[in-house]
Ligand binder design. Structure first.
Ligand code: NAD
Length: 472
């Protein structure tokens, strides 16, 4: 990192999403001398970044943006101008999964990365450091290099770095301010200047040097997929154990505590739940599955695929538990779903377990009343109605969206806690009031283990908690 390098004066970030926005806002706040332009093709998203209501909700984000916006931090749709002016370009576009029609299941859709890369090649008139911020399959840097070199002006040189992002939604600013590590993968030092050292200097404005680690670009790309796969695997492992707990009388929290005290295992990320969601875990594992298959490693692919399958199983196992407890019929019953975001402190609903639950309940002819403190109504409808037309019709007929937990619970037979928002804890919500407005027997299915069983069952509820069975 002490190699000779060029100072970065101007940064462009292509993609103003959950990663590009917060990451570059933190970079701008820590480097007031660097001009940071975050660009996107989505006009309404950019308008929101330039307004008082940011397009994403993250604790601390508004304050961070306010520090630099219109000083050295700019949001715009002028992608070409930002590329032209930048020394360093983050590619932070979406990399969703696509169903591959060629007999290989799912694959990463790199169309957005390719489009951004082609635009960089077309516009660049001076040397650029191009940084993969998006999560991409191993060896994508090679494709980026090929596209850049085949389409750019002669004499313009590109350094390609991998710098995957490890932030978690809901704690993005905290994670960016105090990262466990910043990872930079690079391949070569060209003309005596290290691009890796240039990027490291940007981060070292606030990240201690010993947390900035460097490695070859392929290891860096794979490390991001590996980290997400292993996090998801821990959740699937504890969820698999939760099913055994419910069948035997063991308590999953006690098991997790005992297991986590082993210093080789550690206590974090051992909370059983209705299943993981979010835009990354499923997608990144499917990516790893696809990569393994294309490398002709079918056993490796099968191993990782099982992590995703366990997660699907857990969601449906929970939904079936609700059905069974409601005497095997949901018709003419109302189910209040508390939370729709994939986890607390975010308005993001991508791959949220709540989607599967609500659709399953609607299919079983329940009326479903949803309340989430941060998710916009428009977003709920978008998630619930974008796949299957048959379910879509039932959803439209049977789902309502409410303005409070109490309103959702009114006349309900059951509450399903799908997101662990603090306001759903029994210390914040008056469950005695909630009980009063519900049909009896009144059930709560705590899919996030946030309730105190004693408090809830004393009120009169029948409580089902994942990995613990039914009480009350
Ligand atoms: P996002 O969908 O919120 O944002 C991506 C943005 O890129 C969109 O606003 C889209 O309009 C824009 N875009 C796409 N193509 C463009 C182009 N050619 N020019 C300009 N703008 C373009 O996605 P995200 O959640 O920010 O994720 C971005 C990447 O980071 C993904 O690869 C993801 O896997 C990875 N990642 C996400 C998280 C997370 O928690 N969301 C964490 C770590 C890594």
């Amino acid at each position: 990192l002490n190699l000779p390098h060029r100072k970065v004066n101007s940064i462009c970030c292509i993609g103003a999403g959950y990663v590009g926005g917060p990451t570059c806002a933190v970079i701008a706040a820590a480097n007031p001398h660097i001009n940071v332009q975050i660009v996107d093709v989505n006009q309404s998203r950019i308008d929101a970044w330039n307004s008082d209501v940011l397009p994403i909700y993250e604790p601390g984000l508004a304050e961070t943006v306010a520090k630099s916006r219109n000083r050295n931090l700019f949001f715009s749709t002028n992608v070409s101008q930002a590329i032209e002016e930048a020394d360093l370009i983050f590619v932070s576009v979406n990399t969703p999964t696509k169903k591959s029609g060629m007999g290989r299941g799912f694959a990463a859709d790199l169309g957005y990365v390719e489009a951004a890369t082609r635009q960089i090649a077309k516009i660049a008139k001076s040397d650029k450091i191009v940084v993969e911020k998006s999560t991409v399959p191993c060896r994508t840097a090679q494709s980026i290099r090929l596209i850049l070199e085949a389409n750019s002006r002669s004499g313009v040189h590109f350094d390609i770095l991998s710098n995957p992002e490890f932030l978690a939604e809901g704690t993005a600013i905290q994670d960016l301010m105090h990262p466990d590590r910043v990872l930079i993968g690079s391949q070569d030092t060209v003309a005596g200047f290290s691009a890796c050292a240039s990027l490291a200097e940007v981060y070292s404005a606030w990240v201690p040097r010993d947390k900035i680690i460097t490695m070859n670009v392929w290891s860096s790309e794979l490390s991001k997929l590996a980290a997400n796969a292993m996090l998801a695997q821990r959740i699937s492992s504890i969820n698999a154990l939760s099913a055994i707990c419910e069948a035997t009388g063991a308590d999953v929290d006690e098991v997790a505590h005992a297991v986590g005290l082993d210093s080789r295992i550690g206590p974090k990320f051992l909370k059983s739940s209705v299943g993981f969601g979010g835009s990354c875990f499923r997608k990144d594992i499917l990516n790893l599955v696809y990569l393994s298959e294309s490398l002709n490693l079918p056993e490796v692919a099968a191993y990782w695929r099982q992590v995703v399958e366990m997660n699907e199983y857990q969601k449906f196992r929970f939904a079936r538990k609700v059905l069974h407890s409601l005497f095997d019929t949901m018709s003419n019953k109302r189910i209040a779903v508390f939370g729709f975001a994939f986890k607390k402190d975010t308005g993001d609903t991508r791959e949220s377990a709540a989607i599967t639950l609500v659709q399953s309940f609607a299919e079983e002819m329940a009326s479903v009343a949803i309340y989430d403190p941060k998710v916009e109504e428009r977003q709920v409808w978008l998630e619930l109605t974008s796949n299957d037309t048959d379910i879509e019709a039932k959803v439209k007929e049977r789902v309502t969206i409410c303005n409070s937990a109490l309103e959702a619970a009114g006349g309900a037979d059951a509450i399903v806690i799908a997101t662990e928002w603090d306001e759903f804890k029994d210390t914040n919500l008056n469950y005695a009031d909630v009980y009063r407005v519900m049909n009896k027997p009144a059930f709560i299915f705590d899919g996030r283990s946030i309730l105190n069983a004693g408090v809830i069952t004393d009120i009169g509820f029948k409580l089902h908690t994942i990995g613990k069975g039914t009480e009350g």
